[in-house]
Every structure is written in C-alpha cells, then in structure tokens.
Write a protein that binds this ligand. Structure first.
Ligand code: SF4
Length: 358
C-alpha cells in the first residue's frame, strides 16, 4: 500500500546545518503556498488508498492544528496505519498534541538534533533538553504511541562528552525510534559551506572532523543497540516493530505520492518531483514523470537497509563485478541472492552507492 508525503517548508529560523529547501519566508507566501498545497491534494486523482501519511518540512508543527487538519481532509483512507508529523522542540502544547491525534496522527518525529545547549545554540536553535522532555511528555499524554527523535553527529561545538549526554537523554526519554544523521558537509547549508570554504560565523572550526563524526555515529550505534534500539537503515534505529513504515517505502522501492514544494513521487515506474523552492512551486507545475532504472534504484535504495536487498538473476549479471569487488574489500556482504552493507560499508556507503549510480 502506497504512502503520502506532504511538504511544509516553513520554519521559524534557518538552522546552520540544514541543507533542505526550507527556511523563513514571508507570511504572505506561506498563505498562498497553503492554498496551492490544498488544491494540489484536493485535485489528486487517487488510484490507490494510502496506508501511511508523512508531513515534513520545514516545521509543520508550527501550523495551526485546524489548517493542518484541513490538509489531511483531502487524503483518503483515514485512519492511516501510520501518520507522522515532524515537530520542532518547543512547538508542542497539550492542545496541539490532542488536536493532532484527533486528526489522525499517531507518530511524531522530533527534530531535537542535540540535547546539549552549546550545540543547540551553535546550530541556531533555542530549545533545551527540558524542552524536548516536556514535548515528549505532552505527546505521550495525548496518546502518541510512536515517537522518533533526530540526532546529528558533526555539529559545531560537539564533543564526545556532549554526544554521550545526548544519548543519555535518549535513554531517559525512551523513544521508540531514533534517527542519527552524520552532518552532510555541502555548500547547501551555512555550516557545511563554512567547513568547505572557511569562515568563522557558524562555528565550523569547532565541528568534529569527519573521522570523529564517524566515531560518534558508531558510538550511537552501540549505545542504541544496548537500549534495544537497533539499526534498520543507515540513519534509522528502532525498537522492534517501530520502524518507519512510511520511510521503508522509499528504501523498498514502493509507491508514494508527494505534495508541495520539493516533494517527490514514484508510481512504480515513473518518478517526478515538484519544484524545490516554495515560490517556484507556486509558479510551476509538477514536472513530467521520468522512467527510473528499476534495477539500479532498487540496489541503490535497498542497500541503505540493514536487511540489504535481494537481487534477481538479471541484476546479478549486471552488477556482479562491482558487488564482488566491494565484497572483496569488506564493504558488502553476500548471502545467496542477498547483498547488504557491512558495518564498515555503512561508513563508506557513499562510495559504494556512487559506483551503482554510474
Ligand atoms: S533543520 Fe528543520 S527546523 Fe531547521 S531549518 Fe531545516 S527544516 Fe527548518
């Protein structure tokens, strides 16, 4: 059963590490965006019933709950098996959390990134560990049975002691799911750009090296496993049965439809994408779907999963040489028709993926 993604790219601030097409935009643009988003969802011709809904961004938890509910009114098949709302710490109240449950949400994803004040401030965020704890309590009280907390390794001012402190908070708050991202160092974020090009504004010189970021990630893998929160995808960890059903659709190469700016859709053979920036989204229409190379994509996205990917005979014929080469240097493990990244392969996954994309 396919999934639905809704994009709300508006935020109260632009975080230094963020390389998404999201940020602070004029209120007038937001109003027009919401109207266009509603129209796009309402006009969609549903050829199947969705089982998962995910509203991300951006900071959709900043939306007035009635507005949020009115977007979901156009998505059929409520109650969905899984409906996730991305939320920023400090944007949750008991009233909002209750309203979210009422309109069908049963999973929340909290973009904490860190529980350490100097890291949080360095990232341009305002919350504290107590804010996140209060948010989790409000979500639990409203009935959210599945909570994710995001962490980022590689932030400015981050130390091993700070990272351990964030992991201590994970233990204390006991979420069902944790996402651990290694900072993507590219020119799309202010911190990434400063790391690459130099500068002093965003604390690039206090950010951990690539090697240390990888060590912090490994530390999280071990600590989370000791808490019963196991890795099932490169950046995603959960207690058994609490994997993100929606995100699994991306990695298992299943169908989904996306609404709003920068939203992607895949109908099983064609992939399409809406314009990236909110103002472009208001001007342009969804691009024509382009056929995907099914074998290449299946391998590329499936390798992200700890379970790996099962290859058909024809896929083997096509990819056998690079698979055997990576297996030879310990980055891939082969078991019959199944191929998966090894623990070392996870850390060097971009190198492996690049080979299959070419
Ligand atoms: S990290 Fe989240 S809250 Fe911060 S700018 Fe990016 S989308 Fe907005």
């Amino acid at each position: 059963m396919p999934g639905v993604y809704i994009s709300y790219p508006f935020c109260a601030q632009k975080c230094t590490y963020c390389n998404f097409a999201s940020g602070v935009f004029p209120a007038e643009l937001e109003a027009r965006y919401l109207a266009a988003l509603k129209t796009e969802i309402a006009n969609h011709c549903w050829q199947w019933m969705p089982e998962t809904v995910y509203i991300g961004g951006g900071t959709p938890s900043n939306l007035d709950p009635c507005t949020l509910a009115s977007l979901l009114d156009f998505v059929p098949n409520r109650p969905w098996i899984e409906a996730t709302l991305e939320a920023a710490p400090g944007s949750i109240t008991a009233e909002k959390a209750n309203a979210w449950v009422k309109c069908g949400f049963n999973r929340a994803s909290l973009g904490a990134q860190s529980f350490v004040e100097r890291e949080v401030r360095g990232a341009g965020r305002k919350h504290t560990a107590a804010t996140v704890a209060a948010d989790v309590a409000a979500l639990r009280h409203a009935g959210f049975g599945s909570i994710n907390i995001d962490l980022i390794a590689g932030l400015a001012n981050q130390t091993e002691a700070g990272w351990r402190e964030s992991l201590d908070w994970i233990e204390r708050l006991a979420p069902e799911h944790v996402s651990v991202y290694m900072l993507e160092v590219d020119e799309e974020s202010r911190l990434g750009s400063e790391i690459l090009l130099g500068g002093k504004r965003y604390g690039a010189s206090s950010a951990p090296s690539d090697e240390m970021t990888a060590d912090l990630y490994e530390l999280a893998v071990e600590r989370l496993a000791s808490l019963g929160i196991e890795r099932y995808e490169i950046s995603n960890f959960s207690r058994p049965g609490f994997e993100s059903r929606h995100n699994l659709k991306y990695w298992r190469h299943e169908r989904y439809v996306g609404f709003g700016s920068d939203a992607h859709s895949f109908d099983g053979s064609l992939r399409s994408q809406n314009p990236e920036a909110p103002d472009e989204y208001l001007r342009a229409t969804r691009e024509e779907g382009t056929p995907v190379n099914a074998a290449e994509e299946k391998l590329f996205v499936g390798l992200r999963l700890s379970e790996g990917v099962n290859l058909l005979h024809e896929d083997w014929i096509r990819f056998e040489a690079p698979i055997r080469r990576f297996a030879g240097i310990g980055l891939l493990a082969i078991n019959g028709a199944n191929v998966r990244l090894t623990a070392r392969g996870v850390l060097l996954s971009n190198e492996v993926f690049q080979e299959f994309l070419l």
